[in-house]
Design a protein around this ligand. Structure first.
Ligand code: BJ8
Length: 424
C-alpha cells in the first residue's frame, strides 16, 4: 500500500490506533482468506480492494468530493442508494464489524449493547474509520431500540448527522410513513447539494443499483451448484465490499467473477469437495471484518451456500421497478422495493422465515446456522420461531449467539463441528 499518512492525518485519524487496526485486519485477512484453497482468480480484485480499503478507495472518495460529490455514510440497507446516486452523491456503508476502544465505548453505552453498535462507537471514539471521517452526512436509521437510542448519543459525536425514521410493521400506514421519510431524505439531499433530483437521475440511480444487485443475485444463484464454485467466506467478502466500492466497477468485477464461476461449474470444480455439507447462514448482518462464524463453519469442511442477511440476500435480492414516468411514481417504486426488506425489527415477520426456507431449498442446504449477536433482541427473539418452523420442514437449525470477541471461539467451534457431523 502507498503511503497515505498525510490523507489519514487530514481526516483526523489517530495513527497509533489506526495502524494497530490495519495490522490486525491484515493478519486476520491473511489467515482467513489467503489460506483458502481453490479460490477463483477473480477474487484477486476483491483482495486488492480490501488491501486498499483505507487507502486508494478513500483517496477516490476524496477526489469525488473535490469534484463536487457528497459522501453519504449509513448503517442500514434501508437507506436508498438509488436516491443517493440520483442526488449526485456516493453511498458508503459504515456498519463496523470489529471491537475497538471498548473501554471508551462502555463509558457512553451500556455494556449489554450489541457488538455492531458498540463497534461504530468504538471506531468513532478511537478515530480509526476513514469512511466515517470522509462522510459529508451520516444517516442513522431508527430500526431496533439499540440503534435508535444510541443515535441520540452518536448524533453529538459527528457533524451532519441525519436521522431517518423507519416503520416496524407492514401496514398501509407504515408504507405511507416510509414514503414520507424517503421524500424528506430527497429534500435533505437537495438542500445539501443545491440541486434538484430529476426523473432522469432517479432512473439512472435505479439502473446502477439494480445492475449491482443483479450481479450479486447472479453470484448467489451460482452457489446452488454442487460442488459450490466459491467459498462462503469469499462470497460474504464480496457482499461486504458492495457497501464500499464504486458501484459500476464493482458490478463489472462481480460479473467477470461469475463468468469464471460458470466455467468452474461446467468443469465440476468446487471450492470444497462435492460431499461438503452445505449450510445457509441466517441472522444479523456481518460487516467487515466480521468473519468469525463463517470461518468457523468452513474450517469444519462445510461450505456456506447462502447468507440470509442484510449483507447478503436480505439486502440485495429485490430490484426497483423503473417503469414509472414521473417522480412520484418512481418514488412509489423505490418505497415498494424497500418495504419488502424483512428485517427482524418488523412485526410480524413471516416473510423472513419463508425466505430462509426458500433459500434452503434453492441452495440445496443440509442445515441452517442462525447467527444472533448477543443483546440483539430482534434477531435472537425471532430465532426461536425460525428454528421451530424450519424444523417442522425437517431443516436442521443451529442457533448461535455471540459477539465480536474471540473468547468463545473454542466453544463455538465445538458446537459447529457437532452440527456439521449431524447434517453430513
Ligand atoms: S435492515 S438488520 S441493517 S436494522 S444487530 S444494531 S438489529 S441490536 S443491524 Fe440491521 Fe437495517 Fe435491520 Fe438490516 Fe440492532 Fe440487532 Fe444490533 Fe442490528
Amino acid at each position: 500500500m502507498a503511503d497515505y499518512t498525510q490523507m489519514w492525518t487530514e481526516l483526523g485519524l489517530n495513527h497509533d490506533n489506526h495502524n494497530a487496526l490495519l495490522e490486525n485486519l491484515g493478519n486476520a485477512y491473511q489467515s482467513i482468506f489467503m489460506t483458502q484453497e481453490n479460490r477463483p482468480e477473480g477474487m484477486s480484485y476483491f483482495d486488492f480492494v480490501m488491501s486498499e480499503a483505507h487507502g486508494l478507495r478513500i483517496q477516490e472518495l476524496r477526489e469525488e468530493q473535490e469534484a463536487g460529490r457528497k459522501i453519504i455514510g449509513s448503517f442500514c440497507v434501508f437507506v436508498p442508494e438509488e436516491i443517493v446516486l440520483a442526488a449526485g452523491c456516493t453511498a458508503v456503508g459504515l456498519c463496523a464489524g470489529a471491537d475497538f476502544a471498548q473501554e471508551e465505548v462502555e463509558k457512553v453505552l451500556p455494556r449489554n449493547t450489541c457488538s455492531l453498535i458498540k463497534s461504530f462507537f468504538g471506531f468513532k471514539l478511537g478515530k480509526v474509520c476513514p469512511y466515517m471521517e470522509v462522510s459529508d452526512m451520516i444517516v442513522g436509521e431508527n430500526t431496533c431500540d439499540g440503534k435508535k437510542k444510541s443515535f441520540e448519543i452518536f448524533k453529538d459525536m459527528v457533524p451532519n448527522f441525519y436521522q431517518m425514521d423507519l416503520p416496524q410493521t407492514k401496514t398501509p400506514m407504515a408504507r405511507q410513513m416510509l414514503k414520507h421519510e424517503f421524500q424528506s431524505f430527497v429534500e435533505k439531499l437537495e438542500e445539501m447539494t443545491g440541486k434538484s433530483i430529476s426523473l432522469e437521475n432517479l432512473k439512472q440511480g435505479i439502473a446502477t443499483v439494480n445492475a449491482k444487485r443483479q450481479a450479486l443475485r447472479r453470484l448467489s444463484m451460482l452457489r446452488s451448484a454442487d460442488p459450490a464454485p466459491i467459498s462462503g467466506l469469499d462470497a460474504l467478502l464480496i457482499n461486504q465490499i458492495a457497501f464500499l466500492d464504486n458501484p459500476v466497477r464493482f458490478t463489472e468485477k462481480v460479473n467477470a467473477l461469475c463468468d469464471e464461476l460458470e466455467i468452474k461449474i461446467k468443469e465440476n470444480k468446487g471450492a470444497k469437495s462435492s460431499d461438503a455439507p452445505r449450510v445457509v447462514i441466517s441472522g444479523c448482518p456481518m460487516a467487515i471484518p466480521n468473519w468469525k462464524i463463517p470461518s468457523i463453519i468452513e474450517a469444519t469442511g462445510a461450505v456456506i451456500v447462502g447468507e440470509e442477511s442484510c449483507i447478503g440476500e436480505r439486502g440485495q435480492r429485490n430490484l426497483t421497478d423503473d417503469s414509472a414516468n414521473n417522480i412520484d411514481g418512481i418514488m412509489d417504486s423505490i418505497v415498494d422495493r424497500y418495504f419488502k426488506i424483512d428485517c427482524a425489527v418488523f412485526t410480524p415477520n413471516q416473510e423472513r422465515v419463508n425466505h430462509i426456507k426458500e433459500m434452503s431449498q434453492q441452495y440445496n442446504a443440509d442445515g441452517v446456522v442462525h447467527y444472533g449477536l448477543q443483546f440483539c433482541q430482534p434477531y435472537i427473539m425471532e430465532s426461536f420461531s425460525v428454528e421451530k418452523q424450519l424444523e417442522k420442514e425437517n431443516i436442521s437449525v443451529l442457533r448461535l449467539e455471540t459477539d465480536y470477541s474471540q473468547e468463545d471461539m473454542g466453544q463455538l467451534s465445538t458446537r459447529v463441528e457437532a452440527f456439521v457431523e449431524i447434517i453430513k
